[in-house]
Design a binder for this molecule. Sequence first.
Ligand SMILES: NC(=O)c1ccc[n+]([C@@H]2O[C@H](COP(=O)([O-])OP(=O)(O)OC[C@H]3O[C@@H](n4cnc5c(N)ncnc54)[C@H](OP(=O)(O)O)[C@@H]3O)[C@@H](O)[C@H]2O)c1
Length: 386
Amino acid sequence: MKPYRIAIAGLGTVGAGVIENLQSNAELIEARTGRAIEIVAICDRDQDSNRGVDLACYDWADDAGWLADIDGLDAIVELIGGSEGIAYDLAKAALGKGVSIVTANKALLAHHGFELAALAEKNGARVGYEAAVAGGIPIIKALREGLAGNEVGSIYGILNGTCNYILTAMRETGADFADILKEAQEKGYAEADPSFDVDGVDTAHKLCLLTSLAFGVQPDFKAIETKGIREITGADIKAAQEFGYRIKLLGVAKRQGGAIFQSVEPCLVPADSSLGGVEDSYNAVFAEGDFVEKVLMTGRGAGRKPTASAVVGDIIDLAKGLDTPMFGVTTDKLTKPVWADAGQIKSRYYIRAGGDAQITEEIGKAELEALTDKLDSPYIMRVEDL
Ligand SMILES: NC(=O)c1ccc[n+]([C@@H]2O[C@H](COP(=O)([O-])OP(=O)(O)OC[C@H]3O[C@@H](n4cnc5c(N)ncnc54)[C@H](OP(=O)(O)O)[C@@H]3O)[C@@H](O)[C@H]2O)c1
C-alpha cells in the first residue's frame, strides 16, 4: 500500500514530539497501520532552531498556507495553535480540498469545530483532534468509539494540568496562589501569560468538545460559564481538606432532565474519590454511561511526548481509513443544545466569608442567595460528591 502522506505545520513542543514519535517508532507504526507514514513537508517560522530531532531529510515549506496545495497530500498536521489566523485558514484550506487535518488545537475547534466538521464531511475529509482534549488520554476515541453504545449521563474532567499542579502544590505547601503560580512559571509549568489556564478558558475549550461528543449537540463555547482558580486561598484548601475534600478545577457537563448543565469552575470533590486522587499536572476524565456505568481515564494532559502520542494515534487512524464523524455523528444530526437553567440546579456549596467556611446542605440558587446575601464578599464553590 502506498505511504500516507502528511505535512506538519508548527514544530514547537508538540510538532517536534510528533516527528520524534514517528521517527522512533516508525517500524511498529508501519506494522500497525499497514502502510508507512511519509512526512512530505514541514513548516515553522524558524528553520534553524534545534528542536531535538533530525529534520535534515524533510522538505521545508516557507509558508504554512502553501501546504494545502501540495499534490497528493493526505493530511495536514496543524500544530501552530490559536483559534484564528493561520491555523484557521490552513484548516479551512485543507478541508476545502478534501485533505484531512489532525490538530491539537482546542481553541480552534471550540470556536470553529462545527464549521470545520461540516466542511470535512462535504469534501470527504476527516478531522483528528485526540490531542486537543486531555493530551495523552485517548478520551475522544473512548467516547466516540468504545462508549458509542451508551447514552452518556455525565462527564467530569480535570482538564488543565497547570491548574491541577498549582492546586496540588498549594495543598502540599500551604502557600497561596500567587506564590505557587510564580514558582510554576519559573519551572516552565505555567505560561508567562497564564490567563487561559488559570482563568478556566483552556478547560472550557476542551469541555465544549467533550459536551458535543458526549451529548450529540452542536459545540457552543460561549454557553459555558467559566470561573478560574485565582481567588482560591490557602485557607480554602485547608478548610476543604478539613471537610474531607480537595479543590479541583472541573469541567462538568451532565444531563438535567431534557437539558444539559455545563460549567467550568473550581469544585470540592471528596479527597478519597477517583478525581480527588488525581494530583500534580495529571488530567482525568470521568464519564458515566447508561450501560458501562462509571469510567475513569487518567494520564498526562500535556507535554511533548504525551500530546505527540495522541496526534500520532490520529494519524494512524486516518491512514487506516477510519471514517468516524468528528463529533460521533454527522453535523446534520448534531442537535442545538438546550442548556439547563442554573436557577433550577440544586447542589451543596462551600461558602467562605470572613474567617469562616461552611458546607451547606443541598440547596437551590435562591436559597444560596438568601444565605450569602448579608455576608461580606463570600467566596462560593460547588461541591461535587461524585
Ligand atoms: N504543549 C502542549 O503540551 C500541548 C498539549 C495539548 C495541546 N497543545 C496544542 O498544540 C498546539 C501547539 O502547541 P505547542 O505547545 O507545540 O506550541 P509551540 O511550542 O508554541 O509551537 C508552535 C510552533 O508553531 C510555530 N508557528 C507560529 N506561527 C507560525 C506560522 N505562521 N507558520 C509556521 N509556524 C508557525 C511557532 O513558531 P514561533 O516559536 O516562532 O512562534 C512554534 O514553533 C496548540 O494548539 C496547543 O494548544 C499543546
